[in-house]
Design a protein. Sequence first.
Length: 122
Amino acid sequence: MDIQALRKEPLTVYGDGNQTRSFQYVSHLVKGLMRLMEGKHVGPFNLGNPGEFTMLELAQVVQETVDSNAKIEFRPNTEDDPHRRKPDISKAKELLGWEPVVSLRDGLPCTVFDFRQRIFDD
């Protein structure tokens, strides 16, 4: 969606947009993997982000962050699209002392800045 908004394209939301996803800054995942590799515990560990956003909420946050005039375009959902994704990171918190710390609203502007450089500065 970030790239669609940067290119002034409509933001695509599949289905009614109420399916949830969790988003994570890649540096948090790397830190979690490093703690896992350097520690004494063996997996499996879920290193996701338990913060849930509906896809419609994501589109609205992208609008707020990138382009308030961006249109949201709904398309039919795929049959196999899971309705909810919310990782349980309790084991990672307890045994690794790890959890993501940057929220979607805080991390998205950094991601947009990076995408702008990649798309328009090449």
